[in-house]
Design a protein around this ligand. Structure first.
Ligand code: GLV
Ligand code: MN
Ligand code: MN
Length: 381
């Protein structure tokens, strides 16, 4: 499905939108370039991801590829070139679902694709190297994908909000001020599997109830500070049985906050709680940090361009932080970035098939992007 989606995007860029140069790169990103009047001119970089969480929605990521594609289609229809190049990337991986790694697509562009990740195995024992080779990707070329920021004006990303704010205030577009910092862990509590009928309650080393105690602490600690969130999204008793006290329990942990300090203080408290509860319960634990992304404030001049674009449409300028992570956090490490959010329906639900948007809102989003392109065109003349 992933490769079919990449082919479909590439075909859409090439045949429906009139990009000059379309390719699928060594990490699986779909890259479309619409040259400016001078093909050597600096480029505006944009895009979002086309991977998805299990049973996710249709728009998380894809919107940020289709909106700039629509802009190129219109430029091409008018036979118009901008005084800068326009590079649209469908990032191959952002969600961190299959391996203990994340931002594989955008990380390759920033030079942060860690080649040791290739030896990681998925739940079925397939290494990332095998999966990528099977997909026909030229793994050895990944380091060559690193972009030189000197060749770019900056990075912008359009994304659905994935939260309730815009829907509640009845606004189609919001301007992102900063993307929350995050950290992720995978862990395991190791107790002692034993007979559920014969092991008295006071002699148990139950890994699952230890994990349950941790989950309650995580929930309470996450709720203790505004704009901090903490989630145990995966919980598993491997090979559990109805009549066996759980000997092992695997879990994941995801912590996010508007500042790195608030995130790190929460992470430290949760690690301390895990240590203390495991000692008290006589169980062991392992905890591995799998991802850490710094909070990414928008570049002021790029945020202002989105604000002007929204204002030009006659809409109020509404600024908000992003609770979700985005490829823009990765590009943030090498170039200025700013994001535009589109309202989600159904109370803004996301990472759920109920995720939804309207055509009218999306039309406004495309117009805002076109306006940003016009501003840049004026500035670059
Ligand atoms: C990506 O969707 C993330 O914020 O986890
Ligand atoms: Mn997502
Ligand atoms: Mn996303």
């Amino acid at each position: 499905a992933h490769r079919a989606c990449a082919q479909r995007l590439a075909k859409g860029m090439r045949e429906d939108c009139g990009f000059d140069d379309v390719s699928i790169d060594a990490v699986g990103n779909v890259v479309g370039i619409y040259h400016g009047t001078d093909p050597k001119a600096k480029r505006l970089l944009t895009g979002s991801h086309f991977d998805t969480v299990r049973n996710g929605g249709k728009y998380d990521g894809r919107l940020g590829i289709f909106v700039p594609m629509a802009c190129v289609r219109e430029l091409h229809r008018q036979g118009r070139r901008l005084p800068f190049g326009f590079e649209v990337v469908g990032f191959a991986e952002e969600e961190g679902q299959r391996y203990k790694a994340v931002f594989l697509g955008s990380g390759a562009l920033t030079g942060h694709f860690d080649m040791t990740w290739l030896e990681q195995k998925d739940a079925d024992g397939i290494t990332m190297r095998e999966a990528m080779a099977h997909a026909g990707l030229c793994i050895d070329d990944i380091p060559k994908l690193q972009r030189d920021p000197a060749n770019y004006l900056g990075f912008v990303e359009v994304h659905i909000e994935q939260g309730p704010v815009l829907n509640e205030i009845d606004l189609p577009l919001g301007i992102v001020t900063s993307i929350n910092g995050s950290v992720r862990y995978v862990g395991e509590i190791i107790g002692m599997a034993s007979h559920a009928g014969t092991t008295p309650m006071d002699r148990r080393r139950d890994a699952a109830t230890a994990a349950a105690e941790l989950a309650l602490f995580v929930e309470q600690r996450g709720a203790s500070v505004p704009h901090l969130v903490a989630t145990i999204g995966m919980l598993e008793v491997p090979n559990g049985s109805i009549n066996v006290v759980p000997g092992r329990c695997k879990f994941s942990l995801d912590i996010r906050a508007t500042t790195n300090e608030v995130r790190d203080a929460c992470a430290a408290d949760i690690r301390q709680a895990l240590k203390a509860l495991c000692e008290r319960r006589g169980v062991h634990y392992k905890l591995e940090e799998t991802m850490r992304a710094a909070a990414a404030p928008s570049a002021p001049e790029w945020q202002q361009r989105w604000e002007r674009a929204v204002e030009t449409l006659g809409l109020p300028v509404f600024r908000m932080p992003s609770g979700a992570g985005h490829d823009a956090m990765k590009l943030h490490e090498i170039m200025p970035q700013a994001m535009l959010f589109l309202r989600g329906l159904n109370a803004g639900i996301s990472h759920n098939p109920l995720e939804s948007i309207t055509n009218d809102d999306t039309d406004l989003c495309v117009r805002a992007f076109q306006n940003l392109l016009e501003q840049l065109a004026t500035e670059q003349q």
